[in-house]
Design a protein around this ligand. Structure first.
Ligand code: GAP
Length: 457
């Protein structure tokens, strides 16, 4: 095997793979697509779900200082006044006087239109929130917004969660869900879209411990990506300059990933101080403070916010996993996805379509499906089928051959090394479980052996 891909994969390869294999399609494609909106296909939905599950597991399930929430996308319009989004969630926008394309000011080249070089209008502030109307009458009084971040649903539920869970500081509330931004400049596939998903944590702490927790979460979140297989050298921390800080933030670090188009934000970790609870308390007239049993004082907790994008994480995992190498004289494209993220965990491949073999393979397929997402593939040569699974990141293929009918054994082939072992069907589930959890392929179950039969089976 020899390496073929350059260190940095180009975006077109990823877009083409996603389109061809059913990870991601342009939205409403039969009508020509909808700018910067995307649909996740059969494999994409699994990958995205796995990313969200891995996040939820790490930040909610495995911690006793975190609880989950699923707030609505539509919220009381006052929320956006209090949060500062109505006033401050804007980009300066200009229009080209010749070609009438619109641009963000920071996209201009020498103050000229980047498309035709024409003169542009004076900038005006453009609010990025999508507006709609609640109820049948389209009037100012019924305006509501599609949330531009999931965070606000957490702040307005702070007292509800506190009262119902009896959590004490420090503790956090985690939420995943859709957010919408009427972005002026979009592009780079799913990197910046108008409808996307976020995975956000609001971690409430005593004011004097905010720096400590800020540092903690920065490290914790960086490690999450590394533990799920992203190469450390493709991640960096970047501190926001004073001018870049969002209106609510005292300090912010971005976790940047080296995407094909260059370094760009994957997740932001912000110290929001007491901004949000003070604002919502003042606009709602409801107290959002916290009674500290030890000091017998009422305090406003400070908030550390690790805010990640689901779609950007999906893109980063895909880019980092993509690989090409020469194997058996031809190019093999593969995704080295972490087993917990791989859309399909196991493929069951009968060596031929002969009835007795199909029957045995189908039985195995039905059995494994009880545990994981499994694919059954009997079309074309076994080599082709292995390549198809490599390209979508399936960690293991189980091959059922004629000998299986005699000795009740099957081969397991590993995606990354292409090594194979042969094991009793009775050991298949537990063996696959162990391998998916990271056990070395050559640790064999009773009755197992290393298979020297080669790729073509
Ligand atoms: N509550 C804080 C907040 O929303 P942000 O930096 O604006 O902060 C957090 O967004 C994350 O959401 C980003 O790091 C990115 O991963 C994702 N994100 C933001 N805008 C996006 C867009 N237009 N398309 C895809 N993901 C986006």
């Amino acid at each position: 095997m020899s390496k073929q891909v350059p260190e940095k994969v180009d975006m077109e390869k990823i877009v083409s793979l996603c389109r061809r294999r059913g990870f991601i399609f342009p939205s409403s494609e039969i009508y020509g697509g909808l700018s910067s909106c995307w649909d996740y296909g059969p494999l994409g939905v699994e990958l995205k779900q796995n990313v969200k599950q891995a996040w939820w597991r790490a930040v909610v399930q495995e911690r006793d200082d975190m609880v989950g929430l699923d707030a609505g996308i539509l919220m009381h319009p006052q929320v956006w006044k209090a949060s500062g989004h109505l006033e401050g969630f804007t980009d300066p926008l200009v229009e080209c006087k010749s070609c009438h394309l619109r641009w963000r000011v920071d996209d201009l080249k020498d103050n000229k239109c980047p498309s035709c070089g024409g003169e542009v209008t004076e900038p005006r502030l453009f609010n990025l929130m999508f507006k709609t109307f609640m109820g049948p009458i389209e009037e100012q009084a019924s305006v509501v917004y599609l949330r531009p971040e999931t965070a606000q649903g957490i702040f307005v539920n702070f007292q509800n969660v506190l009262n119902t869970t009896r959590k004490r500081l420090p503790f956090g509330i985690a939420q995943m869900g859709k957010a919408f931004r009427n972005e002026i400049t979009t592009g780079n596939f799913i990197f910046r879209s108008r409808e996307f998903e976020q995975m956000e944590i609001e971690f409430f702490v005593t004011p004097e411990t905010d720096q400590e927790w800020f540092n903690y979460w920065t490290t914790e979140r960086l490690n999450w990506y590394v533990n799920l297989g992203i190469k450390r050298e493709n991640l960096r921390l970047r501190q926001h300059t004073k001018g870049e800080l969002a209106h609510y933030a005292r300090e912010c670090y971005d976790i940047d990933y080296l995407f094909p188009m260059g370094w760009a934000e994957l997740e932001g970790i912000a110290n929001r101080g007491d901004f949000d609870l003070v604002q919502h308390s003042s606009f709602s007239g409801k107290s959002l403070d916290y009674f500290d049993e030890e000091t017998k004082e009422h305090i406003i907790p400070h908030i550390i916010e690790p805010s990640a994008g689901v779609d950007r994480s999906v893109l980063a995992f895909l880019c980092d996993a993509y690989d090409e190498e020469i194997a058996e004289g031809e190019t093999r494209a593969l995704l080295h996805l972490h087993p917990s993220l791989a859309p399909i965990k196991v493929a069951v491949l009968p060596l031929s379509r002969r009835e007795r073999l199909v029957q045995a393979a189908n039985q195995i397929y039905a059995d494994l499906r009880q545990c994981w997402m499994v694919q059954y593939d009997d079309a074309q040569s076994i080599g082709r089928r292995y390549r198809r699974q490599d390209e979508i990141g399936t960690p293991f293929c189980v091959t059922v051959d004629f000998q299986s009918l005699e000795d009740e054994q099957v081969t397991i082939r590993e995606r990354d090394t292409m090594n194979q072992i042969r094991i009793p069907i009775s050991e298949l589930k537990t063996t696959l479980q162990a391998k998916l959890e990271g056990e070395d392929l050559f640790v064999l179950p009773p009755g197992g052996s290393i298979w020297k039969g080669g790729e073509s089976g």
